[in-house]
Design a binder for this molecule. Structure first.
Ligand SMILES: Cc1ncc(COP(=O)(O)O)c(C=O)c1O
Length: 392
């Protein structure tokens, strides 16, 4: 049997948002009622089809797209892979040059690596100390043979919002399609600008895991990198998980309204963490843009502490938070995002506030943090003094 989740305070919404009540009730209803094959013609199948169509309309409406531009995938990662590789494939005749920012999610960077292994060329645009790309620098990386450009809407590790609108304009002027990985911001912020392709992930907005969204704007050339299949507008192979898709759509609709109403309060809690942490913990750097940021996410780095040890200690004290490269907890390499920003990469903690967070959760976290850091620093010092290494 699965281990029951421990009581405590969950502050890791950027990894995954707890299931929204609307998602849960829709999922349970649809598991019973929407199991038939939506591609068939009998009554039960038509019912499933109608729910799938309705879900697509709801998601399209939130994104500001047409329903026929939206396809459901089996994860945000799959949506990213299809967007990048399909966008590149469709423009092979134009060239094989791909432009990405240095702080993209690993799913984008892994697709770029696959493109490189296949003989393509990748240009990486750096970021400033806040983790933001410079639109002029991004524009300068575009070439006549650039097939695709990629820029996230907001960074998953430090929360910095990227200048998508300006970059989309530069891409349009250069005739290059722009792919926006909006996994961290969908449901929390609008995605501005004339982008061509977009990806999202349902478990980031309180939907179930295992549902992603791929949007291909009308007029954008896109060719599947996978074997042909007629599902999802021929963009995603395989029988759709309609109950989870419906749960994702219903939660997105509710989540978007709730996040809009609650954004100011949540953002003030993040501001409180941003000012308090350097005041109560010595030798700390709060990273990411203080203004152009996601409302619910803040990251800081503590000198002389190992991030992993700090997360374990905070977990012991009842607080679930994560760290740079936190989508891949088994990669203990320093975060490529923090490295690209040129900030401290160690002792890194990412706090991301879920729906319904209360100020007592944040106060509780701030109450235990200084002693947790001090304890680890004392232990590290003792290890140095006694000549022991704190980790094998
Ligand atoms: C910016 C970004 N893109 C893509 C993904 C991948 O989404 P999924 O977890 O649904 O595969 C994530 C997940 O953390 C993300 O933060």
């Amino acid at each position: 049997m699965a281990e029951k989740s421990a009581p405590g305070v969950y502050l890791d919404a950027a990894s995954t948002e707890p299931l929204h009540p609307n998602a849960r009730s829709m999922l349970l209803t649809a598991l019973d009622n929407a199991w038939a094959d939506p591609a068939r013609l009998y009554g039960t199948a038509r019912g499933t089809r109608m729910l799938l169509d309705r879900s697509r309309e709801m998601v399209a409406m939130v994104i500001g797209a047409r329903p026929d531009e939206v396809s459901f995938t089996s994860s945000g990662t799959q949506a990213v892979h299809l967007a990048v590789l399909g966008g590149l494939r469709a423009r092979r005749r134009v060239g094989r040059h791909l432009v990405v920012s240095a702080v993209e999610h690993s799913s984008v960077l892994h697709a770029a690596e696959a493109h490189e292994r296949d003989g393509g060329e990748v240009a990486i645009v750096g970021v400033d100390l806040m983790g933001r790309v410079d639109p002029a620098e991004f524009a300068a990386a575009l070439r006549p043979d650039t097939a695709l450009a990629c820029l996230q809407s907001a960074n998953h590790e430090v929360g910095t919002v990227q200048p998508v609108e300006e970059v989309a304009r530069a891409c349009r002027d250069a005739g290059v399609p722009l792919f926006v990985d909006a996994a961290q911001s969908l449901g929390r912020m609008e995605v501005p600008g004339e982008w061509s392709l977009l990806a999202g992930s349902a478990h980031k907005w309180g939907g179930p895991a295992g549902v992603g969204v791929l949007v291909v704007r009308k007029g954008t050339r896109w060719r599947s990198p996978l074997p042909d299949d007629e599902r999802e507008g021929r963009r995603v192979p395989g029988f759709e998980n309609v109950p989870s898709i419906a749960a994702a759509a219903w939660s997105l609709n509710a989540f978007r309204v709730e996040m809009h109403e609650d954004a100011e309060r949540v953002s003030a809690l993040v501001d409180h963490i941003r000012t308090e942490v350097p005041r109560i913990v010595p030798d700390v750097e709060v990273v990411g843009d203080p203004v152009w940021r996601l409302p619910h996410l803040v990251t800081f780095s503590c000198l002389y502490v190992e991030g992993e040890a700090l997360l374990t200690e905070l977990d012991r004290l009842g607080f679930a938070v994560s760290s740079g490269s936190s989508c891949t907890a088994d990669t203990l390499r320093p975060s490529h995002v923090l490295e690209a920003m040129g900030v401290i990469t160690h002792g890194n903690v990412r706090v991301s506030l879920p729906r319904g967070v209360v100020s007592a959760d944040v106060d509780g976290f701030l109450a235990v943090l200084p002693e947790a850091v001090a304890r680890l620093r004392r232990a590290a010092l003792t290890d140095v003094e006694t000549g022991r290494r704190s980790r094998p």
